[in-house]
Design a protein around this ligand. Structure first.
Ligand code: SF4
Ligand code: SF4
Length: 129
């Protein structure tokens, strides 16, 4: 990631059109077999590094719904590839779009401790503001 949407999500889908990386899909389009909630594709999320704040969390009406996950970098390859929370896209030519194959930008201002604790992105927005 990345950011992750949790089971607090009310599936309003307000975040989908805000994402500059088209990383968010509705529950109906979730790659998880029986995905119940709006889903963030970690292989696409860029943590809105070029914006003041992550845009999904900025519009989300549900506090605590979107949380930080680990950086989508090779260091955390297994975290994403072996997780039940994600199904990483398989590209026809490049194969699995894992962190090792296609790392994504991430916010260095968010610590690994905050990510391990899955701190709410909304909570860190308050810190920025
Ligand atoms: S943090 Fe930005 S890039 Fe990532 S899912 Fe949210 S809106 Fe999309
Ligand atoms: S804006 Fe928040 S509550 Fe609505 S779909 Fe996105 S993550 Fe879920």
């Amino acid at each position: 990631m990345a950011v992750m949407i949790t089971d607090l999500c009310i599936n309003c889908d307000a975040c989908i059109d805000e994402c500059p990386a088209t990383a968010i899909v509705s529950a109906d389009a979730s790659p998880l077999g029986e995905g119940e909630y709006t889903y963030v594709k970690p292989e696409k999320c860029i943590e809105c590094v070029d914006s003041a704040v992550p845009k999904c969390a900025d519009v989300c009406p549900t506090e605590g719904c979107i949380v930080w996950d680990m950086p989508y970098t090779s260091e955390f390859n297994d975290h994403f590839v072996e997780s039940d929370n994600y199904v990483i896209r398989v590209h026809k030519k490049k194969g699995l779009m894992s962190p090792e194959v296609s790392p994504r930008p991430y916010r260095e201002s968010i610590s690994l401790e905050q990510r391990e604790d899955q701190v709410s992105v909304g909570e860190t927005l308050k810190l920025y503001n």
